[in-house]
Design a protein around this ligand. Structure first.
Ligand code: SAH
Ligand code: SF4
Length: 390
């Protein structure tokens, strides 16, 4: 059998179990090999077919010639002082996406991207400002989880070695430095506008032979693609977060342009329908706090009216400013008062802690920076990714 070029080989990371089983059958193997392959890749994070010791030699050779297990290359790796870690990944043709790991005491959350850029173009979002480049494939989406697992494992080994070299007793850091217990689709892009790849990635994340995550521990965040909220409910009802950001259509039309297509009444109805199948009995509404724009008491009161029939929680996000936004973060006391008003009315409300501030770990920030630098770089006829690596 002649060897295919690396890029011509089938990338196995983006294949769910039925697809892996079908592939094995097509290549003359028993269907259960698909399951084995899945476990090697997603439970042991293996990419080298030679190490997959319980596969027959002939099959390993076939895989070597015709398949690959590869996630997008890492352009840069940033570790913030609070333990938040952010990777910038090269998805080709000068495009980069980001993946962020946020360790907390009782869980570790990985925030992943679904598109390079985003077409929704929300007023306050630096990803939106970059425009839309392309959808990520399922392999590139699930590849972020695969890669983070590998890299966090590698970090653990490094720390252990460093501690041992320094004469420490036990070099292994706390497990929560590395264990991914939750996944949120809150990186770059609108997951429900890349529906097929998002659902395939979800299927692999939830599969017992894949990552085995429960539906409650995986959250898809959407700006409100109503028809796709219904499809997700039917196909793969995971926890749902909806980026609300405004309590009335006039303001939301400005902040989240998609609202002109799917206005608030439709969106609230879709949330209610979703809750019939959702793994949690509430929707999380995200609400970015913009000084003087959407943060008044009157906005809180309108919100309470809007969500009256939708069991929900609120997550207030202090706006993360970027140079060309022309918007400001609400002052802390305003955010507190707004949260209090919602809580007083009986709605569980949290204010998102800003994590990884020293590495710009908020939505779209670092990749946005790269696009800016690229524009400068292109004038000098240098490649975007090369600049990002510099
Ligand atoms: N496209 C999806 C998921 C990615 S954005 C969505 O919009 O829901 C993830 C969250 O980050 C959204 O709630 C989004 O509104 C928020 N966000 C975007 N830009 C931000 C900024 N500059 N500061 C704070 N939050 C921001
Ligand atoms: Fe896209 Fe979400 Fe950013 Fe809006 S907030 S532009 S939907 S990534």
């Amino acid at each position: 059998m002649s060897e295919a070029g690396v890029t011509d080989r089938t990338d196995l990371l983006g294949l769910d179990r039925p697809a892996l089983v079908a592939l094995c059958r097509d290549w003359g193997e028993k269907p259960f090999r698909g399951q084995q392959l899945m476990r090697w890749m997603h439970r042991r994070f293996e990419s080298d077919f030679e190490s997959m010791s319980d596969l027959a030699r002939g099959f390993r050779e076939t895989l070597q010639a015709r398949a690959r297990v590869s996630a997008p290359p890492v352009i840069s790796d940033h570790l913030a002082s609070d333990g938040t870690r952010k990777w910038l990944l090269d998805v080709g043709q000068g495009n980069a996406v980001e993946t962020v790991f946020i360790p907390e005491v009782s869980r570790g959350t990985l925030c992943i991207s679904t598109q390079a850029g985003c077409a929704v173009n929300c007023l306050f979002c630096s990803t939106g400002k970059q425009g839309f480049a392309r959808n990520l494939g399922a392999g590139e989406i699930v590849g972020q989880l695969w890669l983070a697992n590998r890299l966090l494992g590698a970090r653990r080994a490094e720390l252990a070695a460093a501690a041992a070299a320094a004469g420490g007793e036990d070099g292994a850091p706390d497990d929560h430095d590395r264990i991914i217990t939750n996944v949120v689709f809150m990186g770059m892009g609108e997951p429900l506008l890349n529906y097929e790849a998002t659902v395939t990635a979800l299927r692999i994340m939830l599969d017992d032979h894949g990552y085995g995550l429960s539906r409650r521990r995986v959250t898809v965040s959407t700006s409100g693609v109503v028809p796709m909220i219904d499809r997700l409910r039917d196909d793969m009802p995971v926890a749902l977060a909806v980026s609300l950001h405004a309590p009335n259509d006039a303001l939301r039309d400005r902040l989240v342009p998609l609202n002109r297509k799917h206005p608030l009444a439709e969106l609230m109805a879709a949330c209610r329908r979703y809750l019939e199948r959702a793994p949690r009995d509430f929707v999380t509404f995200e609400y970015v706090m913009l000084d003087g724009v959407n943060d008044g008491d009157e906005h809180a009161d309108q919100l309470l009216e809007l969500v009256r029939d939708v069991p929900c929680k609120f997550n207030l996000i202090p706006f993360n400013p970027f140079p060309e936004a022309g918007l400001l973060r609400s002052p802390p006391e305003r955010i507190k008062a707004f949260a209090q008003r919602l809580s007083d009315a009986g709605i569980v409300t949290t204010v998102r802690r800003t994590r990884g501030d020293d590495i710009d770990a908020a939505c779209g920030q670092l990749a946005g920076d790269i696009v800016d630098r690229t524009r400068l770089a292109q004038r000098g006829e240098r490649r975007r990714v090369a600049i990002a690596r510099a």
